[in-house]
Design a protein around this ligand. Structure first.
Ligand code: WTA
Length: 631
């Protein structure tokens, strides 16, 4: 079995053998990495508990695979390019030798602070090089990183720190976001008022901002780094040791900590990166995601570094100083492979094609999309104006829980169809099931998207609550991993992802549970009850529509609206701000008290003619009022 698929017939052959002899298939892929000790068993699994073990007894360190093993041949090759927020600031480049040294130093700093194998480290940093060093430094010493996107509120940070009992935090004084500078350390300070597990906070100086440093807890990175050298042997990790936790929203309760482990994640991250993007030595690859999301974990850091690629990391935003920024960066660094989200494409589309046409973009070879379904209009704009009609667009479907890309075209190899993710990667066995959990066979069918066989980078558990993992992903349909998405399988076997079928909304590619947003809205004392649904939004994919019952209808003012938004910003963060808030006197409920979200969704979508039967509602009249007041 070849690690790298190069032709359509390679794909067919690889796929076939991955189904017929999955263990052998993955053992061959895994043998392309360096292991300190070989595994004794490729796979042990059941989806009932669930209990999934890949490469049992194998030992490794992922950073040795990302860094050390490249030094002999690629030591002076650029591993990481860092492009700052402000185009006037200098970009930075780190060769594999330099990145190795930076990671070892940061690892030694962490060790000096008392971080040990197995400790959880919360990383709350903007997109600066130290974020990459920090992630890899944790992996080097066997600490478990939990990266929290730097846009989350103090409340969210505290929840995440407490859930996994992090003993260390790595943060910065502040961050740049377009023309704005935003405090970061202050958010951590506020969060730590309710976190007792944290012993030390390492602070990176990004903005030269005055911050409050607490004696005995807060230390500056630039001072600590002076005390260490660049010699830090990698810790030996078991294949199934935890590598990281990443929090993501589900349909119920608080965000859950998705757990990924060392061996399987490594194998799949490198394999999927190499095959989907067809990376060639000396190409420049750029993924615009934030490392606070899974896309940044797997496809800015681990995947590209495992393959010895040059990966670009961008601090800024697509619209600063103007909506041509992404294209300017592509030309500046001669980027060959560009991976972004539909929401970014749609927002740049809206600001006019002239910004794109001002740049040559001739270096581009492959384009990618991730995070939400890409609509055909955005696909064509991306393909025509960015890719100049010559770059394949790979629409990559996957999830935080899957660890890596599951369904996607392989660039330049697979057939492309706009708005279709395409075929599964070899080794991945998706299927569609009906409401009863029966597998739907054949093509031209639609159903709930599941995966019926394990793959190396799949979720192992949700931190501290295995039962939640079982219920969320493995209990809905027997012997299947349930994705939460609905999909269509076309006549040629290609998958088209329709979207979430649970109470998760995908706003600009970011996942939120409706319950999570409702909880945040309900923190406002004027609110009696709320119901949140998604609705189609031109730029964000889905927008957040909140129906809110107030204790007194006289309070239904713009000021209350602003206060509710403030509650959400404080509880979750600015990224979860409702787009529309409609005050209502009641919600459509069944006689047993269950909110009929289907009706609320239809009203938010403007599909008032197809509400279905509302006569069984507790109070059918409330629907008329909601329709009348629709925003
Ligand atoms: C959605 C992001 C359609 C889907 C990597 C999934 C997509 C959720 C695509 C996971 C795509 C992701 N086409 N939908 N190419 N990629 N999704 O965990 O609903 O942030 O379940 O992982 O995003 O979001 P997450």
């Amino acid at each position: 079995m070849k690690f790298r698929i190069e032709t359509q017939s390679d794909y067919t052959e690889a796929y076939k053998s991955s189904i017929e002899q999955p263990e052998q298939f993955w053992e061959e892929i895994a043998s392309h990495y360096s292991w300190r000790k070989k595994w004794t068993k490729a796979l042990e699994w059941n989806f009932t508990d669930p209990d999934i073990k890949w490469f049992r007894d194998g030992q490794l360190n992922i950073t040795e695979n990302c860094l050390d093993r490249h030094l002999a041949t690629r030591g002076s090759k650029t591993a990481l390019i860092w492009e700052p927020n402000d185009p006037k600031e200098k970009s930075l480049r780190f060769t594999y030798n330099e990145l190795h040294a930076q990671v070892c130093k940061m690892a030694n700093v962490l060790k000096n602070l008392g971080v040990k194998k197995g400790d959880r480290v919360c990383i709350y940093l903007p997109m600066i090089p130290e974020l990459s060093f920090a992630v890899l430094a944790c992996a080097r010493i066997g600490a478990v990183h939990s990266v929290v996107f730097a846009g989350f509120s103090a409340h969210s940070v505290a929840d995440r720190i407490n859930d996994s009992q992090c003993s260390f935090v790595i943060t910065s004084d502040g961050l740049n976001r377009g023309a704005k500078q935003i405090p970061v350390k202050a958010v951590v300070d506020e969060a730590l008022e309710s976190c007792s597990s944290v012993m030390k906070v390492l602070v990176v100086n990004r903005l030269n901002w005055p911050v409050q440093m607490h004696d005995g807890i807060d230390v500056w990175y630039h001072e600590e780094i002076e005390k260490v050298n660049a010699d830090c042997p990698a810790e030996t990790m078991d294949s199934e040791d935890m590598l990281f936790i990443l929090y993501t929203s589900g349909s119920t309760g608080k965000p859950k900590g998705v757990v990924h482990t060392c061996g399987g994640y490594m194998v799949y991250a490198g394999y999927s990166f190499a095959n989907v993007f067809q990376y060639n030595e000396n190409e420049i690859y750029w993924c615009t995601a934030d490392i606070g999301w899974v896309t940044g974990h797997t496809y800015i850091l681990y995947g590209p570094l495992l393959q010895g690629a040059t990966s670009l990391m961008f601090e800024g935003v697509p619209t600063f100083p103007d909506p041509g920024r992404l294209w300017q960066v592509i030309d500046k660094h001669a980027v060959n492979i560009f991976y972004t989200a539909p929401t970014a494409i749609r927002s740049l589309m809206a600001s006019g094609v002239d910004h794109v046409l001002a740049y040559s973009l001739h270096s581009l070879r492959v384009l990618g999309s991730v995070g939400e379904p890409i609509n055909e209009e955005a696909w064509h704009w991306y393909h025509t104006h960015v890719g100049k009609g010559k770059c394949p667009v790979v629409d990559t479907w996957w999830q935080t829980e899957t660890g890596g890309i599951m369904i996607s075209a392989l660039a330049g190899i697979s057939e492309l169809k706009p708005a279709h993710a395409g075929l599964p990667l070899p080794g991945i066995q998706p299927c569609l099931v009906d409401a009863e959990g029966n597998e739907i066979s054949g093509n031209d069918v639609e159903g709930y998207l599941c995966v019926k066989f394990p793959w190396p980078s799949m979720i192992r558990t949700t931190y501290g609550d295995h039962e939640r993992c079982r219920i969320n992903y493995f209990a809905t349909y027997k012997n299947m991993y349930f994705t939460g998405d609905g999909a269509r399988r076309e006549s040629n076997g290609m998958y088209r992802i329709i979207g979430r079928v649970d109470d998760v909304i995908n706003v600009s590619g970011h996942r939120f549970g409706t319950a999570e947003i409702e909880n945040a809205i309900n923190q406002n004392k004027k609110v009696v009850e709320s119901a949140v649904v998604g609705y189609p939004h031109d730029i964000k994919g889905q927008g957040i529509y909140a129906y809110v019952i107030l204790s007194d209808m006289n309070l239904a003012t713009n000021q209350t609206r602003d206060e509710i938004i403030e509650s959400v910003v404080a509880e979750i963060g600015r990224i979860a701000k409702p787009d529309k808030i409609q005050f209502v006197s009641g919600l459509p409920k069944t006689r047993s008290g269950k909110i009929m979200r289907r009706i609320l969704r239809k009203v938010a979508e403007g599909e008032i003619g197809s509400l279905g039967d509302t006569t069984t509602l507790l109070d059918p009249l409330v629907v008329d009022e909601i329709i009348k007041g629709r925003l």
